[in-house]
Write a protein that binds this ligand. Structure first.
Ligand SMILES: *Cc1c(COP(=O)(O)O)cnc(C)c1O
Length: 410
């Protein structure tokens, strides 16, 4: 296969895919605009506050806009939430008491292993606090609802689902499949809380899990919903009472959402949310381009170029550690920031295996910007995601392939 021919074909597939998607992006942007209008967002919301942050109007209105866009009763959207892991921790720990059980469908994302503390005993983990934990395997394409129902016990308080594939060779959980699953659970167990780890899923589909029955969701602002503009932060959204409990865990019992000043201008969060529908679309085009190109080159990819997507991740089986490390190094080389840096595998905090991460991003570690990461395990799958615009994705991925070929690694 001639590489230049493959690059040209992948570009054509990306363009065709993007055309079919355009109306979804327009619909999602219209939801955002409507929420801004309904809450009369004005210049006075875009600044920042200091100190305790009582009556921080920009922050409070942002949380209301967020709830509306996400089809939720309430949201906690804060700069001080350090990452997606903390947002998920707040949602779970705020709503589980000792003796109650968290039941995960499938496996949690790597950094949650220590939050849960079942496999990796960890100070302050859920398990250390007396919370029970179990996992049940599911097929993410067509989950067996009967098996899920059979796994629920009187102690089961929260059922957790991860929408994105994370670091797993499995499909993302589509909203249609998720809606059926939640409906099936709620029919028999209306009081069980369904939590969704929504990281990497925001704005990929027509709505968010909270609009189709999930009680509580969480995610990171340096992934999809920050639109590449938010400099940090995380969110929890869902039923008001559940979000309030997460907020108590976030600040202090009795204090909740009332404090936590927006120290950085709120404009970055509003503008990020406004841009998110189209930025997520750009990231998806980059993923489709990579999927099409590596398919042409004979690699196993997930998802395939024209498959349905519910997250922005593109997984590619690179089959050798040398090719995996080189891939990440070239993605870094063609990044706008830190192009001169060479990423290497390392023991990253929160991860239990060595990972390599390429992220030459304006916002450090932002993975709505083009980034590639991978745990160093067979069959050496790289997880590629992000891209603030399709041209950067195309340039970086094409040049990565050209360089891999020159080094005899293809
Ligand atoms: C990124 C991610 C997390 C954790 O978010 P961090 O911001 O890296 O802490 C959790 N779950 C999924 C599915 C993720 O993609």
């Amino acid at each position: 296969m001639d590489i230049e021919v493959a690059i040209k074909r992948a570009g054509e597939q990306m363009a065709a895919w993007g055309q079919a998607r355009a109306s979804l992006e327009e619909t999602r942007l219209e939801q955002v605009l409507t929420a801004f209008r309904n809450h009369k967002i004005g210049v006075h919301h875009l600044g920042s506050a200091t100190g305790y942050g009582y009556g921080d109007v920009g922050r409070d209105a942002l949380e209301e806009v967020w709830a509306e866009v996400f089809g939720a009763e309430a949201a906690l959207v804060r700069q001080q939430i350090a990452n997606g892991t903390q947002a998920i921790y707040l949602a779970l720990s705020g709503n589980l008491k000792p003796g109650e059980e968290l039941l995960y469908l499938g496996h949690p994302y790597d950094t949650l292993e220590q939050v849960i503390g079942a496999k990796v005993p960890t100070p302050c983990s859920l398990v250390e606090s007396g919370i029970l934990y179990r996992e049940v395997e599911i097929d993410f394409n067509s989950p067996d609802i009967t098996a899920v129902l059979a796994a629920i016990r009187p102690e089961t308080k929260i059922i957790a689902l991860q929408r994105s594939r994370g670091y797993e060779w499995r499909p993302s959980l589509s909203l249609d499949v998720m809606a059926k699953l939640i409906g099936g659970i709620k029919q028999v167990y209306p009081d069980v809380i369904v939590f969704v780890d929504n990281c990497y899923g925001e704005f990929v589909e027509y709505c968010e899990p909270t609009a189709i029955g999930a009680d509580l969701i969480a995610g990171s602002l340096i992934k999809n919903p920050g639109g590449g503009i938010a400099p940090g932060g995380g969110y929890v959204a869902g039923n008001r009472e559940l979000v309030e409990r997460a907020a108590m865990r976030f600040t202090a019992p009795g204090v909740g959402r009332e404090v936590g000043a927006s120290l950085t201008e709120n404009r970055l969060f509003y503008q990020g949310l406004f841009l998110a529908p189209s930025v997520v679309g750009e990231a998806l085009r980059c993923a489709v381009f990579a999927s099409a190109l590596f398919t042409e080159l004979g690699f196993h990819v997930l998802p395939t170029p024209d498959a349905e997507r519910s997250d922005i991740i593109q997984a590619i089986q690179l089959e050798s550690p040398e090719r995996l490390v080189a891939f990440c190094q070239y993605i870094q080389k063609y990044a706008p920031i830190d192009s001169y840096v060479t990423p290497e595998p390392w023991d990253m905090p929160g991860y239990t295996r060595q990972v390599i991460m390429a992220a030459g991003a304006f916002v450090q570690g932002s993975s709505i910007e083009l980034s590639a990461d991978a745990p160093m395990v067979e069959p050496y799958i790289v997880y590629l995601q992000g891209g603030l615009n399709r041209y950067h994705g195309k340039i970086a991925i094409s040049n990565t392939v050209r360089e891999l070929a020159q080094r005899g690694l293809l």
